[in-house]
Design a protein around this ligand. Structure first.
Ligand SMILES: [Zn+2]
Length: 490
């Protein structure tokens, strides 16, 4: 048995001003054939999982390229085509194969391709023919298209948001793909369009119970896999929206029936699954009037999340912390390559005037002008995300003079995943009253144990948070919560 694997992934926010080019992939994560690290990354988990299975079971694994760009704006067409063709050439050279397993994200959009994954999967299907098993792991913040459903035999998404189960779902997908290749199961996929778009954190109700239910349905009554495609609202593509996806063993009507049943349950929960957003002034009043404890409060700036494709240089909450007279705070991160260059050039211990953040666009807020001391620099800085390692690129931590407000600055845009983003640069979070982090929900597993309380805060910025105000020019069907008016103006 010969199995080919590769990974090509990013999440495209078509409303973001940050362009995505080849450098965006190479600086975030790029591993040529055979160069993938032993540990998994968010979207490449099938590769290390397949390596382990190949060693145990003695089949031949042929690895192609694995790469990931931090979410950003449109990918340049030639950049997408070159990465696609690199993988297709590797696959052609590997032929004949019995199975193809891909690590995808599912929300990759190039200037001339609304559905990059559909395009990639179709090319792969054309190369391998109708009988070879084609399987792909997806992030639930993706778009499920007919093209993908037609080209693939098995698609499965992470169930958890935060995506703490990306490795487990990689194992799930690989296991199904190998069983299908050996003829032990015959996967049949069906989907149900919930005709809505929403946000579905799974660390709280009602989604916690729904995820448990999806898990419990797998592996019995002929159901092989159940996924909820949450959708990704920051993309102007025809298929934006939430969809239910079910894979059954040989019975497409059973898959379709369960997808409809579960999809209707999701639709009934519309508007009820989001996290509660707090007002920043009210939160800062709590922070500044509370007695000190060894655990800090955590403020998650949920929409200035580079993981959703925005720049990550919004200064509104940082400025509010300063204006509130809060003296002990940790900020991770403000994306500011220029400020990092200055900090590194000035050197550790240097004191200088610095203009921080607020540069990517008017929606990033006003740059914060402060006198800072350079506490530490790193080339590169990094943080963990579960068992994987995420680069910050060249990075620095600067302290606002006269305070203990420490700001982590990075050159490689990334959301905040784990407290070691501070600790790796020498910032002791137990000495802080409050931490400001840039992430929608992936930070939760890492920060929950070290925080006194977590506040989700939403600041208007670059991210299109209200579907009724977002100009979706390509949407081909009406989805909740968009009104008739917003659809016709689109
Ligand atoms: Zn996601």
């Amino acid at each position: 048995m010969r199995v080919f694997t590769a990974s090509l992934a990013t999440e495209t926010n078509t409303f973001s001003p940050v362009p995505t080019d080849r450098e965006s992939f190479e600086s975030a994560f790029y591993a040529g054939p055979g160069d993938h690290p032993e540990g998994p990354t968010l979207c490449s988990a099938p590769i290390p999982v397949l390596r382990a299975r190949a060693r145990e079971e003695g089949f031949t694994l042929i690895e192609g390229t694995a790469t990931w760009a931090e979410p950003g704006g449109y990918i340049r067409t030639d950049v997408y085509e070159a990465l696609r063709d690199e993988i297709l050439d590797q696959l052609r050279a590997a032929m004949p194969v019995d199975c193809v397993v891909l690590g995808l994200h599912g929300a990759m959009v190039a200037r001339d391709y609304d559905d990059c994954e559909g395009d990639l999967l179709t090319h792969i299907r054309n190369i391998v023919g109708p009988k070879v098993v084609v399987a792909a792991e997806l992030d639930p913040h993706s778009h499920l298209t007919k093209k993908r459903m037609d080209a693939a035999d098995i698609l499965a998404a992470f169930l958890e948001f935060p995506h703490t189960d990306f490795l487990e779902r990689g194992e799930h997908l690989v296991d199904l793909a190998l069983r299908a290749t050996r003829g032990e199961v015959s996967p049949q996929m069906a989907s149900f369009d919930c005709q809505m778009i929403d946000v579905f954190p799974t660390n709280q109700q009602p989604m916690r119970s729904f995820v448990d239910k999806m898990s419990s349905l797998q592996g019995r009554d002929g159901i092989l896999s159940v996924s909820l495609i949450h959708g990704f609202m920051a993309a102007d593509v025809p298929d934006v929206g939430t969809q239910m996806l079910v894979v059954s063993d040989g019975d497409v009507s059973a898959a379709s029936q369960l997808a409809e049943e579960l999809g209707k349950e999701v639709r009934a929960m519309r508007g009820l699954t989001k996290f509660e957003l707090h007002d920043i002034e009210a939160v800062l009043n709590i922070v500044s009037t509370s007695k000190r404890q060894s655990k800090p409060y955590v403020i998650a700036d949920v929409w200035d999340n580079p993981g959703g494709g925005v720049a990550g240089d919004n200064t509104v909450v940082l400025q509010a912390i300063i204006d509130h007279g809060i003296k002990r705070a940790g900020i991770a991160t403000i994306w500011d390559p220029l400020a990092v260059t200055f900090a590194i050039a000035a050197g550790e211990g240097a004191i200088l005037d610095m203009r921080i953040g607020g540069k990517a666009g008017a929606a990033s807020g006003t740059p914060t002008d402060v006198r800072v001391e350079v506490l530490a620099t790193a080339e590169p800085g990094w943080q963990s995300f579960g068992t994987s390692r995420v680069t910050l690129g060249r990075a620095a931590v600067v302290r606002i003079v006269g305070t203990e407000i420490d700001i982590v600055l990075n050159t490689n845009r990334t959301q905040t995943f784990e407290p070691d983003i501070f600790e790796n640069l020498g910032v002791d979070i137990s000495t802080k009253d409050v931490l400001l982090i840039k992430s929608t929900n992936h930070f939760y597993a890492g920060f929950k144990p070290v925080s006194r309380k977590i506040f989700y805060v939403g600041v208007d910025g670059l991210y299109p948070t209200d579907p009724n105000k977002t100009k979706y020019s390509k949407l081909i069907r009406r989805i909740w919560p968009m009104t008739e008016a917003s659809m016709t103006s689109a």
